[in-house]
Each structure stands twice: as C-alpha cells, then as structure tokens.
Ligand binder design. Structure first.
Ligand code: AMP
Length: 217
C-alpha cells in the first residue's frame, strides 16, 4: 500500500495513519514526527528545522527530500505519507523518486475539514510526548486525572498548536499545500473524504476507496 494523506493540520491524518498502518502493516511516515524526533535528539537537521517549525513555516524542500528518500527505502510493505508532500516541488520530486524505483502511488486521500473546526481541534489538542497519541480536551479528553494519559504520562500542548501559530500554519497550508489538490486530481489519484465524520466512518471511507486487492490484505 502506498498512500499520501493530504489535508490541513488537525484534519485527522495522524489518527487515520496510525489506525490504517496497524491494520495493513505499512509504515507511517510523518515528516512532522521525524522532525520533532530530530529536534529532541539535537541533530543538525533538528537544529536547522527548529526555527521554521516554531513559527509555523515550512522546512525547506531540500532538507525534507533528503529525509524522505531513506524513509521510503525502509518501507518494503508500503507507506502512508502523513504531512508530505507539502509543496508542488516536493510532490514532483517524490513522483521522480517513486518512478526511479518503479513504484506507483495507490491514492492520495484528501481530508476535507473547515477552518473553524481545525482551529478548535488544534488549540484543544494535547499530545503524549512519548507515544505521539493525541487527545482533544473538549471532544476526547485524556483518560488520566488532569492532562495525563492512562499510564500517568503528562500530556503536552505542542508549541505550534498554540493559537497564534495555528493560524499561520493554516495560511501556509492554503498557500503552499492546497495546490497539490489540483496536482493529484489531474493525475487521477485524488480520493476526498469527509474529515468531519466520526473516526470509524473516515476509516471506512478510506478503506472503501482502496482497490479490492488492497482491501483483501
Ligand atoms: P506536522 O506535524 O505535520 O503538522 O508538521 C509540523 C511542522 O513540521 C510543520 O509546521 C513544518 O514546519 C514542518 N514540516 C513537516 N512536514 C513538512 C514538509 N513535508 N515540508 C516542510 N515542512 C514540514
């Protein structure tokens, strides 16, 4: 399975990626998670990415593309790309990379969610720093007492989920990433899903858009 999940921050790409990669045995490739790991580890890439991420800006294409190549190589059973590509230049380079390996994309799933809902979801999002699992303080509160996970881990609010940065990230999505909708529609790959539907219903919509061979896996 080789899928791209396309959509603004907060649309549910991460949640669905985790559910579907578990079910289909593919690899979940979240460029945001990889970059956050680099920041924690204090690597060169982490240091270079830090300022862009803190301000809700995109990390330069060159750095992202270098990172992606290795990830695809580590994915013999396929992947779900979550948060990549985010620019037309990244999409073109990714097409070239897949082409050079004789691989094709199965589909690009577009998560459709309105801006007001995204702002509400992101600013209420609390994340487990160890597992990446996230909760919504209003609609899906964490199980532990206070802002804690079931095992007692203290949840954090991602620095870029704070209101001022959320608005910037949504503007960047509209300007830099939304053109990918037309890019993949033209190539016959686009599968829109209703990101406002309950989690299980979104999963069902995605699975029903997959080919019968993939569904049978
Ligand atoms: P995310 O967790 O996907 O919302 O990503 C968090 C931040 O990481 C973004 O706001 C960007 O600064 C950076 N980032 C993640 N993926 C990419 C990408 N494909 N291209 C450029 N920047 C990215």
């Amino acid at each position: 399975m080789r899928l791209i999940f396309l959509g603004p921050p907060g649309a549910g790409k991460g949640t669905q990626s985790k559910l579907l990669t578990k079910r289909f045995g593919a690899r979940h490739i979240s460029t945001g998670d990889i970059l956050r790991d680099h920041r924690v580890a204090g690597s060169d890439l982490g240091r270079l990415a830090e300022g862009f991420m803190r301000h809700g800006e995109l990390v330069p294409d060159k750095l992202i593309l270098k990172m992606i190549e290795g990830e695809v190589e580590k994915s013999p059973r396929g992947f779900i790309m979550d948060g990549f590509p985010r620019t037309v230049a990244q999409a073109e380079a990714f097409d070239a990379l897949l082409g050079s390996k004789g691989l094709a994309l199965d589909a690009v799933v577009l998560f459709d969610v309105d801006r007001d809902t995204l702002v509400k979801r992101l600013t209420a999002r609390w994340t487990n720093p160890l597992t990446g699992k996230s909760y919504n303080a209003i609609t899906n509160p964490p199980p532990g007492p206070g802002m804690r996970d079931a095992d007692g881990t203290e949840l954090i609010q991602r620095e870029d989920d704070k209101p001022e940065t959320v608005s910037k990230r949504l503007d960047v999505y509209r300007e830099k990433t939304e053109p990918l909708v037309a890019y993949y529609r033209k190539r016959g790959k686009l599968v829109p899903v209703n990101g406002l539907a309950p989690v299980e219903e979104v999963t069902r919509q995605i699975v029903s858009a997959l080919s019968p061979e993939l569904q049978a896996k």
